[in-house]
Design a protein around this ligand. Structure first.
Ligand SMILES: Cc1cc2nc3c(=O)[nH]c(=O)nc-3n(C[C@H](O)[C@H](O)[C@H](O)COP(=O)(O)OP(=O)(O)OC[C@H]3O[C@@H](n4cnc5c(N)ncnc54)[C@H](O)[C@@H]3O)c2cc1C
Length: 450
C-alpha cells in the first residue's frame, strides 16, 4: 500500500488506516450473494474495540454509513456501506480461551475456527449452521439456524455475554443481567444498534462419532408429520431435511443424526420406530467431518467458479398449518423451476419455544418450518429470480410466514415494520438510543431515509 492509499484520520483519533485502494473497495462491494455491489469510501481493519469506537464516533458526527463485515456472506448487500465505511473485522478473529463450558470469541472469527478451538476440549457450540465459513458477528446478528435448533434454539441463544460498540461509539459489555435491553437488541438484531466485538459462548459436550440417517418419503404430508414427531420428541441430536426433484415431481428426505455413545453405536430400531419413511440409508462419520460437511462442496464450487456466481437465496419460516400448501405452491411456480436443475431446497422443523432471542421473528405455532430455496444463477440471470423471491415472500407472508432475513430479497421499511410486528417499537427505541445518527446496518433497508 502506498501512502497515497492511506488516510489516517488523526483528528478523529483513528489508529487504523482507511484503505481506499480500488481493489479493496471492489472486494468490500462484493458478498456471497453477488447481486449488490456498492463500494464504500474506504475499509477500516480495526484491531480493538477502541478502534471501532473511534470510527463509529467519527462516522456518527458526520452521518457516514458504517457496515460491519465478519465473514462476508451477506446475500444482498446487507454488509455493504455505499459511500461509507466498511469495518472489516478479519483481524479481530482470536478464539479462546476455552474455560469450563464456555469460549471467548472475537466477532471476526469464522465458525470453523471456533469449532477447531473447542473440539480438543471435547466441546462444541450447541448449534452450528450448516456452513462453518460464515463469520461469528454475522451469524449472531442473523440468529443462526441449524440441525440442532429444534433442541437448542438459535446459534445466538448460546451467547452469554457480548462486548459491543454501539452506533454512538460507546463500548459496552452486556448480558442478560447487564444492559440487557442492548444485549437483546444485538442478538438476531441484524447489526442495527451495535457492532459485536467479542462474545462469550456456552458450549456442549461434543460426540466423536455420529450416525447419519437419510429417510426418504414420496409424499409431503407423511414427511411433515414425521418431521413434527422427530422435532417434538427430540430423539435425534440433529434434524434437517430436503425437498428433491424427481421426474414429474418432488421427493423428500429427512436428515437425522444421532451421536455414538462411547463405543456403542446408536440403536437403529429405537431411533427409527414409529416413522413412515419409504426407504432409509445410514452412514457413520466423525463428528468434525459431519460438522464441516459443506467444506467439500465449497472446494468443488470454488474450483468450478460457481461459488462466485450470484446466489439469489430465499429463506422463509412457515407456520405448520400452511406449510404444505405454501411449499407446494412455491415449487409449482415457474419462477422456481431452475431449482430442479441447480439448487438445494431445505425444509425442516423448529420449535418456537426453543428460539429465545426476542428479535428473531417466527410465525405462529409450536412447530414452524424453515423453507430455504438456495439457488445459484449464471451471471446475468439473477434478476427474475430476485423478483420470484419477492413474489414467493408475499405469497408466504399472506399465509402467515416470516422471512429469515439472510436473503436476496428487497424489503421496504414497511415490510420490516410488518416483519417485526409487536417488536418493532422495541427495535426502534433501541435504534434511537444506541444508533442515534442511523449509521449502522443501512444495507437492510429497514429505515426510511431521513
Ligand atoms: C454456504 C452458506 C450456508 C449457510 N448456511 C446457513 C445455515 O445453515 N443457517 C443459517 O442460519 N445461516 C446460514 N447461512 C447464512 C449466514 O449465516 C448469514 O449470511 C450470515 O449473516 C453470514 O455472516 P458473515 O459474517 O459471513 O457475513 P457478513 O456479510 O460479514 O455479515 C452479515 C451481516 O451481519 C452484519 N455483521 C457482520 N459482523 C457483525 C458484527 N461483528 N456486529 C454486528 N453486525 C455484524 C453485517 O453488517 C451484515 O449485515 C449460510 C450462508 C452461506 C453462504
Amino acid at each position: 500500500m502506498t501512502s497515497s492509499d492511506r488516510v489516517v484520520s488523526a483528528s478523529a483519533g483513528f489508529v487504523e488506516l482507511l484503505d481506499t485502494r480500488p481493489e479493496t473497495l471492489r472486494e468490500a462491494a462484493a458478498d456471497f450473494g453477488g447481486l449488490v455491489h456498492s463500494p464504500p469510501l474506504g475499509v477500516l481493519r480495526p484491531r480493538s474495540a477502541a478502534g471501532i469506537g473511534d470510527a463509529l464516533a467519527y462516522a456518527g458526527r458526520h452521518g457516514i454509513p458504517v457496515a460491519a463485515r465478519s465473514g462476508g456472506h451477506s446475500l444482498y448487500g446487507q454488509g455493504q456501506a455505499p459511500g461509507g465505511i466498511v469495518l472489516d473485522l478479519g483481524e479481530l478473529n482470536a478464539v479462546g480461551p476455552v474455560t469450563g463450558d464456555r469460549v471467548e470469541v472475537r466477532a471476526g472469527a469464522l465458525w470453523r475456527d471456533v469449532l477447531a478451538a473447542t473440539l480438543p476440549h471435547g466441546l462444541t457450540p450447541p448449534v452450528l449452521t450448516d456452513y462453518l465459513g460464515a463469520g461469528v458477528g454475522g451469524v449472531l446478528s442473523a440468529g443462526g439456524l441449524g440441525g440442532a435448533s429444534h433442541r437448542h434454539g438459535l446459534v445466538a441463544d448460546s451467547a452469554l455475554e457480548l462486548e459491543v460498540v454501539t452506533g454512538a461509539g460507546e463500548h459496552v459489555v452486556c448480558s442478560p443481567d447487564r444492559h440487557s435491553a442492548l444485549f437483546h437488541a444485538v442478538l438476531a438484531g441484524l447489526g442495527q444498534v451495535a457492532v459485536i466485538v467479542r462474545a462469550t459462548l456456552r458450549l456442549s459436550p461434543a460426540p466423536t462419532r455420529v450416525r447419519r440417517y437419510c429417510l426418504y418419503y414420496s409424499g409431503l404430508d407423511g414427511y411433515l408429520s414425521d418431521q413434527r414427531l422427530l422435532a417434538t420428541d427430540r430423539r435425534f441430536a440433529h434434524l434437517e431435511g430436503q425437498v428433491r426433484p424427481v421426474p414429474g415431481g418432488w421427493t423428500h428426505m429427512i436428515e437425522a443424526v444421532a451421536a455414538h455413545r462411547g463405543a456403542s453405536a446408536p440403536d437403529d430400531g429405537t431411533l427409527l420406530g414409529g416413522l413412515s419413511f419409504d426407504s432409509a440409508e445410514t452412514e457413520d462419520l466423525g463428528h468434525a467431518e459431519f460438522a464441516n460437511r459443506v467444506a467439500a462442496d465449497e472446494e468443488i464450487l470454488r474450483t468450478t467458479g460457481e461459488w462466485r456466481y450470484p446466489h439469489p437465496w430465499l429463506n422463509l419460516l412457515l407456520p405448520e398449518d400452511t406449510a404444505a400448501s405454501v411449499v407446494t405452491g412455491v415449487l409449482a411456480d415457474p419462477g422456481f423451476q431452475d431449482l430442479r436443475e441447480n439448487g438445494l431446497i431445505l425444509l425442516y422443523p423448529l420449535l418456537t419455544g426453543a428460539l429465545r432471542a426476542p428479535l428473531f421473528r417466527r410465525p405462529r405455532g409450536e412447530v414452524v418450518l424453515l423453507f430455504a430455496l438456495l439457488r445459484t444463477a449464471a451471471p446475468g440471470t439473477a434478476g427474475p429470480m430476485v423478483a420470484a423471491n419477492r413474489a414467493a415472500y408475499e405469497y408466504a407472508r399472506a399465509n402467515g410466514a416470516v422471512a429469515y432475513p439472510v436473503n436476496a430479497l428487497p424489503m421496504s421499511p414497511a415490510d420490516w415494520r410488518e416483519h417485526y410486528g409487536s417488536r418493532w417499537e422495541t427495535l426502534a427505541e433501541a435504534k434511537g438510543v444506541h444508533d442515534p445518527h442511523g449509521i449502522l446496518g443501512r444495507g437492510h433497508g429497514m429505515w426510511a431515509p431521513a
